[in-house]
Design a protein around this ligand. Structure first.
Ligand code: GUN
Ligand code: FE
Length: 456
């Protein structure tokens, strides 16, 4: 099951999928199996040897593979604060809850504990790829890289760059910020020289926390070393107002980043709630991406991003949990909230067009996210040449929060024949999963072709 196009859910009943030793999908057998699996595999590649078959033949459609979720915006150090935000809004939340928990990770023992847990928790929820913000600390950020690599999660590792923040929690000047960032890049390179799994991401936290010289230096590194960039953009009205005052020559927040060369094809912009037409035009001209964070935007009462407007403009869009602005590390929960928040927007605009469907939300959580991360050739959907990077969902597993009723079950034959009744029944199962499912339904997780989590 996957979403190869926005809004389309493709189901391939009884598929056979060949994966090579590099974790790359070499063939996808559809329709009835005419011979044995071995001979079918050899019909695609006669030279193939040492075939190992993993039979996932399942009961009805209660089990299926779906691409791993891609979290395009998550703050790993904030994981201990999930669910804790009181009645704060962005600025008060940052000072009261967020900076204190981040500062605590200067202690490497705490960092190891938190990062081990956040990687395991997100993997357990089917997230195979995260764009992580860490803290300003080099040792702790290096530990996050170690944890992701050790548990086999694909990850972008971002040391938060902030050389002009408050004195309790800041890089000690530009030189310190640059040196720390270099140290993290070198560390990531030392464990994964070809960036097969983990890669540094340059992370100027905000335009008001990162000096112009630091922003320019980060942009230069991105260009020279082909590294992605992530930053926050237009999360609250107060924030936009405050930041614009600091840069009187710029008319919009995005223009500030652009004037420091930070808007690139590999830039991920978190939130994007209060965008003007000019902002969106500029973001698209630079081919930068948007990370939509509906859970966080609701928890912190930041606002409702105009998701349909952003999608319709042709932007690359993915979803982000924004832990712990968002209370949940689950991308399934975030996908659910993307659907719900879009309905709140639709209630205001009185336009059904603003509603995001379940299938669209799943697309944003998978292939949309892959595009945001610049990896749509490798992950996000099932296709020959892409990585086998997915989750095995079982709706009928013990303790499953999804109540199933026999009359909803589509038959294999019905689905194979494309009979609309069976297809709509399958859609019902997917809808039930998106609205009621959780990590208990995730049974196995594969990254880079390797099973990195097996709960059975
Ligand atoms: N803006 C600057 N830092 C943060 C953060 O950690 N979370 C969110 N949601 N917004 C931010
Ligand atoms: Fe954030």
């Amino acid at each position: 099951v996957h979403t190869p196009k926005l809004g389309d859910l493709e189901v391939i009943p009884n598929a056979r999928i060949g994966v090579d030793s590099r974790g790359i999908i070499t063939y996808i057998g559809t329709g009835p199996l005419l011979t044995t699996i071995e001979s079918e595999a050899r019909s695609y590649n006669p030279a193939v040897q040492n075939i190992k078959i993993v039979d996932m033949t399942t009961s009805g459609f209660k089990k299926f593979f779906i691409p791993g979720f891609i979290d395009t915006h998550i703050h790993a150090p904030q994981f201990p604060n999930c669910g804790v935000f009181g009645s704060s809004t962005l600025f008060s939340w940052l000072t009261k809850y967020t900076y204190p928990v981040e500062m605590a990770l200067e202690d490497s023992i705490k960092a190891k504990d938190v990062y081990d847990r956040v990687v395991q928790k997100t993997l357990s929820n089917g997230t195979t790829f995260c764009a992580y913000y860490a803290t300003i600390h080099t040792t702790a950020t290096n530990i996050l890289a170690d944890c992701a690599f050790k548990h086999g999660q694909r990850a972008y590792i971002g040391r938060s760059c902030m050389d002009c923040a408050k004195k309790e929690y800041t890089d000690h000047g530009l030189r310190d910020g640059i040196q720390s960032t270099k140290t993290v890049i070198e560390h990531v390179k030392s464990i994964d020289p070809h960036y097969t799994l983990i890669k540094p991401i340059l992370s100027p936290r905000n335009a008001n926390k990162c000096s112009p010289d630091f922003m320019l230096w980060l942009a230069k590194q991105s260009c020279e070393q082909s590294l992605p960039i992530q930053a926050h953009l237009s999360e609250t009205e107060d924030e936009v107002e405050q930041i614009l005052k600091m840069f009187p020559r710029c008319k919009t927040y995005s223009e500030i980043y652009d004037s420091h060369k930070l808007l690139t094809e590999n830039t991920i912009l978190g939130h994007c709630i209060f965008l003007s037409n000019e902002d969106l035009k500029l973001i698209n001209e630079r081919k930068s991406s948007v990370s939509h964070c509906p859970t966080s935007n609701s928890c912190l009462t930041s606002g409702e991003a105009r998701l349909r407007w952003i999608i319709d403009s042709g932007s690359k869009v993915g979803l982000g949990t924004d832990v712990s602005g968002g209370f949940s590390p689950s991308m399934l929960t975030t996908a659910r909230h993307a659907v719900l928040v879009s309905r709140h927007v639709a209630m205001k605009t009185k336009s059904d067009h603003d509603k995001i469907s379940v299938n669209e939300s799943l697309y944003l959580a998978t292939l949309g996210g892959a595009k945001v991360m610049g990896m749509e050739q490798e992950v996000g959907s099932f296709a020959v040449g892409k990585k086998w990077e997915c989750q095995l969902i079982d709706l009928d597993t013990e303790g499953s929060p999804v109540d199933l009723f026999d009359f909803l079950n589509p038959s294999v034959e019905g689905l194979l024949s494309g009979d609309p009744l069976h297809c709509s029944r399958f859609q019902d199962l997917i809808d039930k999963w998106v609205f009621n499912g959780d990590d208990r339904n995730v049974r196995k997780v594969y990254v880079n072709g390797r099973c990195v989590l097996d709960k059975d």
